[in-house]
Write a protein that binds this ligand. Structure first.
Ligand SMILES: [Mg+2]
Length: 230
């Protein structure tokens, strides 16, 4: 039986060490002409890029249309690419991730997709920079909807189309590092493997009753066992 594994990106696969958030602030400075120190605080963890853009427009009392939000996100993507390819970029792939993805690659029943708040192009920029993009078939992205809870069905539909498979919802696992990943999995009946490599501790995540919680993917055989044979 095939398992559909839908991975979040930030805090789950990689840590861009602030480059993603900084690129949002770069874009805000350019788009609104307001210095980053004067901008309202933004809640980035687990949020979709579209929700971040809409929040910013609302907080600054600017009219936000879908076109304006995407124009803002285009500026973000240009800055994201620049920051991820700068000499001082200090982002990294999280513990065990490379080995885990290599181990899953040889498991024919594991189908790997993405379920992320990043717009698709942002996901591609981040994962390509870390050599991870080719592991994933397709997915649901922050460009599909501003509400992360709507992204699960989008990811499921794309993966079914791409692989020609029909996945039982009991064989779909969302893998992420924030309460928003846990809720997003619940919203379409999938399991959630919560991983404490982002801003939330294992205890904080476990309190929200995901299917399973792990500290990290450092123990690759145990993680493969959990994802494919539990
Ligand atoms: Mg995350």
């Amino acid at each position: 039986m095939s398992r559909l594994l839908l991975f979040d990106i930030d805090g789950t696969l990689i840590d861009s060490n602030g480059a993603g958030g900084a690129a949002i602030l770069d874009a805000a400075e350019e788009h609104f002409g307001i210095h980053r120190d004067e901008l309202p605080p933004l809640q980035l963890a687990g949020a979709t890029d579209l929700a971040i853009a809409m929040d910013l427009f609302n907080l600054l009392k600017r009219e936000h249309t879908r076109d304006a939000a995407f124009a803002f996100l285009d500026r973000y993507l240009a800055n994201l690419h620049r920051r991820l390819h700068a000499n001082d970029f200090s982002g990294f792939t999280l513990p065990g991730v490379n080995a885990l993805l290599d181990a899953l690659r040889v498991e024919s029943e594991a189908h790997l997709g993405l379920l992320t708040g990043n717009v698709k192009r942002g996901a591609e920029i981040k994962l390509t920079r870390h050599g991870l993009f080719d592991h994933f078939i397709d997915g649901g992205f922050g460009s599909d909807h501003h509400d992360r809870n709507q992204l699960g069905p989008a990811a499921l539909a794309r993966m079914q189309q791409a692989t020609g498979m029909h996945y039982n919802i009991s064989d779909v696992i969302v893998i992420g590092d924030t309460p928003k990943d846990i809720r997003c999995a619940e919203a379409f009946g999938a399991k959630c493997l919560a991983v404490a490599t982002g801003q939330y501790s294992a205890a904080e995540l476990r309190a929200l009753n995901p299917w399973r919680t792990v500290e990290s993917f450092a123990d690759v055989p145990a993680t493969v066992e959990l994802l494919l044979r539990t």
